[in-house]
Design a protein around this ligand. Sequence first.
Ligand SMILES: [Fe+2]
Length: 281
Amino acid sequence: MRVQMEQELVGLFTMAAMIEARDPFTVGHAWRVSRYSRLVAENSVQTEEVIAQVSIAGFLHDLGKVGISDAILMRPEHLIESEYEIVKTHSAVGARLLAGHPLAKMLSEAIRHHHEHFDGNGYPDGLSGQQIPLPARIVGVCDAFDAMTSSRPWRRAMPLEVALQVVEAGYGKQFDQDFAERLVRLARAGDLNHILGHSDIGVPVQECPKCGPTINVFRTHQAGDKVYCRLCASEFEVQRTPQGLQTIATGNRGCAAVAVPEPDGELISRLILDALGHLPN
Ligand SMILES: [Fe+2]
């Protein structure tokens, strides 16, 4: 059972990673949302099943973005209303993608409802309060928090304290107060510092000076490995430092092929094994 689930999840996680890679600015988003969600679930003493559910759905929540064109996906700041309506289909499309999948029952509610708001003003169904499935309430606040604390092409990441105040202002409005409060408390205690601004444990998000946070560094990279900006193909060399893996520009440039998305298979299998460890054999 476990082996079968693991194989089914590898396919879904790889697909989610490929979708995320279409937008180089979202590097690490799925990983961070998965890790934040798991910590919030653990902190609020949820069942092992919920911990596994949010760890997995946290990574897969934006699967439905596969149905949205790059042109719309990559510039949400200038969207006209009809385009924004298209972006908003991604949560329902993600759930629909899973229809008939053996893991649909476990995952599709969290994916479909991660943009519902506690006060009923979210989408796709305008659910409110406890009508919103519990895993979706956890993934929803973690997703919003990560969006605020990550840089986008048109804005820098909010300082942590500013983002926490926005989360606090959303208690009972956008967010389930209980889960949002737990997230804020974990953040203020420093318990999210290893996730915030990282794309894996020990891997701070690396910025290309020209393009932004667009260099993909994997935990399995060794000192001296060459990595590239996904937008301009500038070359960087990996260094190991006490703060984790860092990169420095070499001044060289790679060929076009370096921009091909490459899912991090080691990170994916580590996350899946961690989530499945919370489920009965
Ligand atoms: Fe989303």
